[in-house]
Design a protein around this ligand. Sequence first.
Ligand code: DX5
Ligand code: ZN
Length: 218
Amino acid sequence: MIKIAPSILAADPLNLEKAVRKAEKAGCDWIHVDVMDAHFVPNLAYSADTVRRLNQVTDLPLDVHLMMDHPETMVDAFLDAGASCLTIHAETESDTGSLLTAIRSRGRMAGLALKPATPLETVLPYLEMTDLVLMMTVEPGFGGQKLDARVISKIRGLKDMGYKGEIEADGGIREDNLEMLVMNGLSVAVMGTALFGQKNMEKCVRRLHEIQDGQQAL
Ligand code: DX5
Ligand code: ZN
């Protein structure tokens, strides 16, 4: 069944606990926490302290997405704070292999993210060291953008390689484009704007979960 990971970047920053409890009650599977350093992406978001506090108010796994240069400076802090999955970008100058190994050595899921324009081949040397590949379906940095359909071929390509880890997409995912992503191999959908904008999140998440079983979501 497709896993739904609401991105709290789209939640009210003054009411994160309320947003996370609402997502948990609605049946979401993970909580996606975007971390931004205003350098790798032109925006700033969430700290390890926020992750620590979120970890105290929800039992859902925290799926932390590091959109930052030099992630090696913060990997331990986010693991100490309770990240269940910690994802770094393949485009940084860091030693990707050793960071992925370090994350796994602490018993957490190691994730590798690609921006839309970064070729799928970039992840090949690291697939054995990852538990999740995150395909950005928008240019990272902001929520509320339109999904870049060109990324679908990268999702399909990774699936066709027989990749056994989670295939996650992030950005511009909505109820009306999720089915096509799932049919191309998606296993985790990050949804911010489309979820936190819902009047009835529970009903929406139920429909989203049905997509995997080939039932009509709409
Ligand atoms: C963008 C972030 C996404 C974003 C979700 O850099 O990584 O997680 O918050 O996007 P929407 O709101 O389009 O679902
Ligand atoms: Zn994200």
